[in-house]
Design a protein around this ligand. Structure first.
Ligand code: TMP
Length: 226
């Protein structure tokens, strides 16, 4: 069977990537393609426990950056082997809200852990699976922070990562831009300040350009495979 397509969404908190991942997934499903949606950290029973530990557990307040790095990689190792790889082998389109570029940028650039070690651990966890296309939604740090604060969530759910100072998010933003400059064939930066509809349209156009076998209209797509 032909391998599926692996698409990841990246960007800072509040950039709109989760909305766009969901919109793209729904659109491809409506067009008749088999789509698997997932996210990092999380996406498996083990990974969701790790996610809780990383983001909300009171114990995580004193977590060492090295522990944090290894937990993100642990979640990824499980997700790749349990969900992503089997789905790709079955020919599905896999859409993940974050993948190893998040670790490169958050732990490697923003937390300033040794980039070479982060790269080795990313490869070890992903086991050679790489996204075919990574969409980065780029947004000014102040605008992203304002959006983040508007999110509806229980008052008790205070995300540890979201407590970081503005300089941390400046490094995250620049880290993504630098990654895109280094790997322009895989990573594409899209202006996250546009309306959700405009971003969705740009992503749809991008897919048609990157995967020429993907038909231009949803009607055409129903009768084919990309
Ligand atoms: P989000 O996906 O809801 O934005 O939250 C995930 C948080 O975890 C976010 O603050 C980014 C962070 N993160 C890392 O620091 N490294 C990683 O490898 C991943 C996947 C996420």
């Amino acid at each position: 069977m032909e391998r599926g397509v692996f698409i990841t969404f990246e960007g800072s908190e509040g950039c709109g990537k989760s909305t766009q991942a969901a919109r793209l997934g729904a659109r491809l499903k409506k067009a008749g393609l088999h789509v698997l949606m997932t996210r990092e950290p999380g996406g498996t029973a083990i990974g969701e426990k790790i996610r809780d530990l990383l983001q909300f557990a009171p114990e995580s307040a004193s977590m060492a950056p090295e522990t944090e790095l290894l937990l993100f990689e642990a979640s990824r190792s499980q997700l790749v082997r349990e969900i992503i790889r089997p789905a790709l082998e079955q020919g599905s389109v896999v859409i993940s809200d974050r993948f190893f570029d998040s670790t490169t940028v958050y732990q490697g650039v923003a937390r300033k852990l040794e980039p070479d070690i982060v790269a080795i651990l990313n490869n070890f966890a992903a086991g050679g699976d790489r996204p075919d296309l990574t969409i980065i939604l780029d947004l000014d740090v102040t605008a992203a922070h304002a959006r983040m604060l508007r999110r509806v969530r229980p008052v008790v759910a205070i995300d540890r990562m979201e407590q970081e100072p503005v300089e941390f998010y400046e490094r995250v933003r620049e880290g993504y831009r630098e990654l895109a400059r280094r790997e322009p064939g895989r990573l594409v930066v899209i202006d996250g300040a546009q309306s959700a509809d405009a971003i969705e349209a740009e992503i749809w156009k991008l897919l048609a350009a990157r995967f020429p076998a993907l038909p231009q209209s949803e009607l055409e797509i129903r009768n084919s495979k990309f």
